[in-house]
Design a protein around this ligand. Structure first.
Ligand code: KG4
Ligand code: ZN
Length: 352
């Protein structure tokens, strides 16, 4: 089955063609047009600018994805599009485009939840992966643990009560003067910090909620790190946006990263034991973080369970992951029609 996936939930316009069957999972094309340079000027995503950029990019991106795959619309068996969660204006562009395309070419249309999409990237990384599994999705908007009994039904067993991990990485990076989005730069700065022995320079609060849930809370941690940055600037008589000495920047990034990874791993380790998890998927933009990848791999090894983590190219937003989830929605007979709407939150979309 050939699937066209379309993704426009935030600041990436993406389209991908996959060849999928019971024993084939092949990426024929995976095109991503990122708006990150535009939003970097403002220090974060500006929703209206994002919607307008999607409108300009979407038809060219889809055309490129078809061309690179060496197919035309006649060869496509189903079109999948992200319809939740995300920026509503951005989502509406992809959804409207996909509806028009499906209607014009008489193709089945499938609505895909962005978070299920992130986890579905793991099917492409590991041809042996089949539900049931447990999915830890860590992104700009989510830090959630899901019980995936079958490929289309996700039950959240733990999540963040406030900010997501990616949001915390970006905010801390921004206060330290790193360009948006700060995640990848924080990753490198933390590595330098660990290499120079600065991993314990600061003591920050854990994002693991101190109870028997599998929940996280990143807002207290984020505030503590930002306060530390401000206090250090005052102590060194630096201006409010003054550049901190390199060893302190490294120390902050490493100490922050350590507590994030340890906190995420602590809840995960308990979930694996208590829920007898055998198969784990780590996905989402923050799954690109080298320290988190190593931390989760160590937990999986310690608990003796299988782990799939997508390659870096499939961690950030892309449409191959959306097309992969589309395949499983098609197999389950879950189709949308031209009344399909987009939803900013999981709650609005009835996350089942
Ligand atoms: O999944 P994603 O591309 O978009 C959402 O669905 O939110 O995730 C984006 C997030 C951003 O917060 C970005 O800073 C973060 O993923 N990120 C990272 C790394 N690469 C991307 N965070 C930490 N370390 C990284 N290497
Ligand atoms: Zn995402």
């Amino acid at each position: 089955m050939r699937i066209l996936g379309i993704e426009s939930s935030c600041d990436e316009t993406a389209a991908s063609v996959l060849e999928m069957s019971e024993d084939t999972r092949r990426i024929l094309s995976n095109v991503v047009a990122s708006q990150v340079d535009t939003h970097a000027l403002y220090g974060g995503v500006v929703p209206e600018i994002a919607s307008r950029a999607h409108i300009e990019a979407v038809s060219g991106v889809v055309e490129n994805a078809l061309q690179e795959a060496g197919v035309t619309m006649a060869d496509i068996d189903a079109i999948g599009v992200t319809n939740a969660p995300g920026l509503i204006g951005s989502l509406l562009v992809g959804v409207s485009f996909a509806k028009g395309l499906a209607f014009a070419h008489g193709k089945p249309l499938v609505a895909v939840n962005h978070i299920k999409g992130h986890a579905a990237a793991a099917y492409l990384a590991n041809p042996e992966l089949h539900a049931p599994f447990c999915a830890l999705v860590v992104s700009g908007g989510h830090t959630s643990l899901y019980d995936v009994q079958n490929p289309t039904s996700y039950v959240e067993i733990g999540g963040t009560r406030d900010d997501a991990a990616g949001e915390a990485f970006d905010k801390v990076g921004r206060v330290m003067g790193l360009p948006y989005p700060g995640g990848a730069a924080m990753d490198r700065l933390a590595q330098a910090g660990f290499d120079h022995g600065h991993g314990d320079m600061f003591k920050f609060p854990s994002p693991a909620v101190n109870d028997d849930s599998y929940d996280y809370s990143f807002s207290g941690l984020k505030t503590a790190v930002i306060n530390q940055i401000h206090t250090t600037r005052q102590r060194l008589s630096l201006p409010d946006d003054g550049a901190l000495p390199e060893d302190i920047r490294e120390g902050i990034a490493a100490s922050f990263t350590r507590v994030v990874v340890d906190g995420i791993c602590a809840k995960l380790r308990r979930a694996i034991r208590e829920r007898h998890i055998q198969e784990l998927v780590l996905a989402g933009g923050v799954a690109a973080n080298s320290h988190l990848r190593r931390g989760i791999a160590a937990v999986a090894q310690e608990c003796g369970i299988r782990l799939t983590v997508p390659p870096l190219s499939l961690c950030g937003d892309n449409a191959a992951m959306i097309a992969a989830q589309t395949y499983f929605e098609v197999i389950a007979g879950k189709f949308a029609d031209t009344f399909l709407n987009a939803y900013a939150s999981d709650e609005q979309a009835a996350f089942v």
